[in-house]
Each structure stands twice: as structure tokens, then as C-alpha cells.
Design a protein around this ligand. Structure first.
Ligand code: HAM
Length: 415
């Protein structure tokens, strides 16, 4: 019996991977023009990093991590997200010393033991960006505007930016109490999960997808109305700066993030076309995290885009992005095949994709393959073409033929 991939772990095949490359390249180009540099951090980290970074009482840490002991019994975890590892690297390499502001981006697989469904996998990819060292709400607006620009550039329609503020260590606990008082009055209308959440994470009740719960909590107090003076003015400035940059957003005061490190600004890019897993990107400000993980007091802010979800929204088909050979060299006879091997090799070295027939198939079958690969040009080489030094170059797109000198092949196919 064959061996299949693990549940929730996917292969990304040619025909689909071109969309990934298209999106990744657009992201790299954009982020680098905003001054972000790539950082590559390990996939495996000490479990403690995520427990301290993401928070012990979060769903991710409580039940979604791939955690196991290494051969010496030390607990290791496959990273469920990129922020905690990037913060660890920022501290470990004293990156704050190089400049007051550090801008980093990363891409790669993340792992969460969630129930697989459309848009939710156990291995999934993120592209994320983090900026360290800026407390000013200018950074929030800049990062958010860069993120929305990426969706515009890649032709993704219906991606909507929603923002919220989760307050800080001062105002959030007071809001939590206020919310809890309200939730107690409607507790009997909540689903069993939310009744459990009441005590350890009441904010998550606002986020529940259950219709009964969203109905029952529609008059719940809003965090935005209960921010302290500092958080309130920060949020106002974020909105004003977004307006300055012409970035469209809406406010979603029920947005609660599943990671404990957020303070002040939080946001999501949602797209209804995605169905129930509708967040294609998410992030926020985490001003206390660098210090909590043992570094100097440094504000931070960032986001991560879910690549499976982003790529599923790209309207271009993988096929239209598929690379195609510039030339297919069909051959008759052994001498021609040797000639083609060398001609192909030289074209390939010049950066031109040329293909040949490897197995001495019939001309009909070779031309069928040229067609299937979508080659732009094809040429048939036999003994007479080699001795005359000329051949018929077929333009497979325009369906026209032209006699050419074989010495000008490179020039003729590299248009
Ligand atoms: P997150 O909201 O947990 O945030 O994940 C960000 C995005 O990753 C989600 O919006 C979604 O598109 C994608 N995603 C999450 N889980 C899955 C899954 N199981 N399958 C497929 N896609 C998924 C973070 O990870 C934070 N580190 C973001 C951040 C960066 N905050 C500040 N800086």
C-alpha cells in the first residue's frame, strides 16, 4: 500500500505553485521597498518560547501545538506562528543596537493541531512582517497600508481591513470586568464553550461564531468605549493616519485575537469569499512582548498573512502563470538528437527554457508534447537541417512558419 501525506499537511504542486511564487514575489518586492529585510528563523523552538510568548491560556498553547521531547527530554515545539521566534531572534542578536527601528519579514510553514477543513490546515504557510522600536501610531498606519496594498497589487478583490484596539494592561482588565458583569446576565443564552470561557477568557465570547452567542452579546459593552486615555488617543491617531494614507478600513469592536501578546491596535483582513475561515491576514501591536521574553523595553507591531487563503483568492489561474518553454526541438535520428542536446544546453545556460525529446519518440508524439507544454516555438531537426544549417521555425502561438539560419536560433526564440 502507498504512503500518503499526513492529515492536514498538503503538497503544493506545479500548476498551483506558480500562484504562490507570484504572491510571494509581490510581497518581497513590496516589503523590501518599505525597508523590511528578510529573517529566517528555525521551525523548531523550545516550547517555553511559545508558552511565554503566546500565553498559557490561549487555544494555541493549550491544545494546538505539536510538542514533543527531544532525545534528552527537553520539550520542543514546531512553531505555530512566527512572531515569538522573530522576537527571540531580535533579542538574542541584540538587533535593537543596530538601529532604533528594526523591520523584518519572514515566510515559511507554521504548525497547529487544528481540525482540518477548507482554509484550515495543520501545516500552513505564513508571510509575516514585524516592526520593532516605534511606539508612534504612524507605524500602525504604515504597516496596515502596506498590507492592504499587497492585496490590491495581487488583484485580490473583496479583502476588507477591520481594525480594533484591545487596550493595554491598565484598561483591559477593567473592561474585562465590565464585560463579565454583562455576560453573567445573559449566561444561559451562551453555548457551552462560551459558558466555559466566561471565567478564564470572557473576551473570546465576543468572537464566537455561534449565532445564538452573537445575538445574545449584541448589546455587550464595547472595548473601544472603555479605553484609557493613552489607548484612546493612540487609536484615534491610527485612524487619522490611515485616512492620511487613503487606506480604507472599518472598525470591528468585537474582534478578539487568539494570542495574548496584543495591546492597543489589532486588525484583520477578512474576505467573505473564504467562507467560515475568513481572515486572510491578521496582526497587531505587542508593546510588552520583547520585555516579557527577556529583552529591552521595545514596542512592536506586525502581521501575518495566511498563504493558502491568500493564494485561493488569486483570480489568475495557476495555468496562466505557468512558465512555458520558449522552444521545443524535435529531432529525427541520432545525429540530430546529439545536436539538439548541445543546442538545448546552450539555450538553458543563457536562461532560455528549451526542451527536447529524450527518448527518440515519433515526430507526431514529439509535436504533441511541444503543444502540451505550451512551447512558443518549435523546430524539427534532421540530418538535412544539420548539413544545410537552416530549418523551419514554427511559431506555435501564431501558427506560422519561417525558414531560419540555425546559428540565429537563440536570437529568434528569445523574443
Ligand atoms: P494568526 O491570526 O494566528 O496570527 O494567524 C495569521 C493568519 O494565518 C490567519 O489570519 C490565517 O490567514 C492564517 N492561519 C492561521 N491558522 C491557520 C491554519 N490552521 N490554516 C491555514 N491558515 C491559518 C499570527 O499568527 C500572528 N503571529 C500574527 C502577527 C504577526 N501578529 C503580530 N505580528
Amino acid at each position: 500500500m502507498g504512503i500518503n501525506a499526513i492529515r492536514g499537511f498538503n503538497d503544493i504542486l506545479p500548476g498551483e505553485v506558480e500562484k504562490w511564487q507570484f504572491f510571494e514575489e509581490a510581497a518581497r518586492n513590496l516589503f523590501e521597498s518599505f525597508g523590511f529585510s528578510e529573517v529566517r528563523v528555525p521551525i523548531l523552538e523550545k516550547t517555553e518560547l511559545f508558552v511565554r510568548g503566546i500565553g498559557e491560556a490561549t487555544d494555541i498553547v493549550e491544545k494546538e501545538m505539536f510538542t514533543f521531547p527531544d532525545r534528552h527530554g527537553e520539550m520542543m515545539t514546531l512553531r505555530p506562528e512566527g512572531t515569538a521566534p522573530v522576537v527571540r531572534a531580535f533579542i538574542e542578536h541584540s538587533m535593537h543596537a543596530a538601529d532604533q527601528v528594526t523591520k523584518l519579514y519572514y515566510t515559511g510553514p507554521m504548525f497547529r493541531y487544528e481540525r482540518p477543513q477548507k482554509g484550515r490546515y495543520r501545516q500552513f504557510y505564513q508571510i509575516g512582517a514585524e516592526i520593532f522600536g516605534v511606539e508612534n501610531p504612524i507605524a500602525d498606519a504604515e504597516v496596515l497600508s502596506m498590507l492592504t496594498e499587497l492585496f490590491r497589487r495581487t488583484g485580490i478583490k473583496g479583502a476588507e481591513l477591520q481594525i480594533n484596539s484591545l487596550g493595554c494592561k491598565e484598561c483591559r482588565p477593567l473592561y474585562k470586568e465590565l464585560l463579565l458583569d454583562f455576560l453573567k446576565t445573559i449566561a444561559d443564552k451562551l453555548c457551552p464553550d462560551c459558558q466555559r470561557r466566561l471565567n478564564h477568557n470572557p473576551l473570546r465570547v465576543l468572537d464566537c461564531k455561534n449565532d445564538g452567542c452573537s445575538d445574545a452579546t449584541k448589546d455587550a459593552p464595547s472595548i473601544i468605549d472603555n479605553l484609557c486615555e493613552r489607548c484612546n488617543s493612540h487609536f484615534k491617531e491610527v485612524k487619522a493616519n490611515l485616512d492620511t494614507l487613503g487606506t480604507v478600513y472599518s472598525i470591528n469592536h468585537r474582534m478578539v485575537r487568539g494570542l495574548d501578546y496584543y495591546q492597543k491596535t489589532t486588525f484583520e483582513i477578512v474576505c467573505t469569499a473564504l467562507g467560515s475561515q475568513n481572515a486572510v491576514a491578521a496582526g497587531g501591536r505587542y508593546d510588552g512582548l520583547v520585555k516579557d521574553l527577556g529583552g529591552p523595553e521595545t514596542p512592536g507591531l506586525g502581521f501575518a498573512i495566511g498563504l493558502e487563503r491568500a493564494v485561493s483568492l488569486i483570480e489568475l489561474t495557476g495555468k496562466s502563470l505557468l512558465k512555458r518553454p520558449a522552444l521545443f526541438i524535435a529531432t529525427v535520428g541520432e545525429q540530430a538528437r546529439k545536436w539538439a542536446l548541445k543546442a538545448k544546453y546552450e539555450l538553458n545556460l543563457k536562461g532560455i527554457w528549451a526542451e527536447i525529446d529524450y527518448e527518440g519518440k515519433s515526430i507526431k508524439s514529439q509535436m504533441r508534447r511541444a503543444d502540451k507544454l505550451g512551447a512558443r516555438f518549435a523546430v524539427v531537426i534532421g540530418d538535412s537541417e544539420i548539413s544545410s544549417g537552416s530549418a523551419i521555425l514554427k511559431n506555435m502561438v501564431e501558427h506560422s512558419d519561417k525558414e531560419i539560419n540555425l546559428s540565429s536560433l537563440t536570437e529568434k526564440v528569445s523574443i
